[in-house]
Design a protein around this ligand. Sequence first.
Ligand SMILES: *Cc1c(COP(=O)(O)O)cnc(C)c1O
Length: 367
Amino acid sequence: MAILSPPSRPPSRNGAYLALSESVSDPRALARRFGADPDGAAAAAQSHPALVNPYFLSLIRRADDPLGRQVIPHPAEILDPGHPDPLCEERLCPAPGLIRRYPDRALWVASSACFVRCRYCMRKRLSPESAVAGDQALEAIRRDAAVREVILSGGDPLTLSDEKLEDLLARLREIPHVRVLRVHTRAPGAWPFRITPELARLLASFSPLYVNVQFNHPAELTTQATKALATLADAGIPLGSQTVLLAGVNDRTGTLAELFQGLLELRVKPYYLHHLDRVPGTAHFAVPLSRGLRIMDRLRGRISGMALPRYVVDLPGGRGKVPVTPQYLIRVEPDAWVFRGPSGRAVRVSQPRQPGAPDFTPCGKLC
Ligand SMILES: *Cc1c(COP(=O)(O)O)cnc(C)c1O
């Protein structure tokens, strides 16, 4: 059962005190606040309840702005059946909450609670109150020597208290074959006050431990989020980020360029740009793969390679994540490979059939 740990002191923003207990879960109230349709929001929230904490709420200007779209129930959700578990995660569970899809990694839904409930959530089938049987998952990891890496995911594992997290991480660290730990959380962008120096020290003490955060729009990179990320980075925790490609939120090259460059500046390496998983109620977030590829193509060469994540599709049926990349190899000729450079110009790289001969065209001839 997830326990929200009380912050060491009440976080304040603009002089006002913010408390998680003041999160808004009434879909009608959320819709009304931004002049959206209360009945539509209420109907949408029936299958996936709403939850927006006061901090994230303070960043929203309109129901359909990039932040509002992520969390405010929308009538379009009702019309879209989708599939509750497209990745067949339920079939890959050796213990409740433990998803074992890859040979060397186990993903543990350590808490199904969250700081905000995202409308596109790929695990919306899990109820936020569903208890996570920790002992069974731990036992399954202990018995399975192939597990090198455990990913604490959710929900959001940082909704657990420091005490609970410490206990859980310590028990994982006792298992000799578990070499690397990973924590997947939206806290730095969705409830940055959760990231205290004490929490950062705690996480850092279980090194090698990686934290992967979720940011979808540059407007989430606030002063508070910046501070939360700095607290983690200063404690020596390596940071990666995951972004979900969402229509009307971030499906523009300029928006993603700003987000990825901003993250890199805050010492976060953009890791994955996720193609949307088509769970129910997400049709209005879908971005065609071709558009995603075009955006990735425009980003390549425009922003630092360090800021460029991999664009990944999680294959239905739990077949795994695969990267999709724009085509840069245009043609293979008998003695040359022809590439398209980031500027769009074709470049021939000769492949002589005679062994020992130089296998590239001297740049003098290219220029
Ligand atoms: C995404 C995912 C992982 C981690 O995959 P990486 O490519 O290593 O980040 C592990 N297990 C499951 C079930 C996942 O969905």
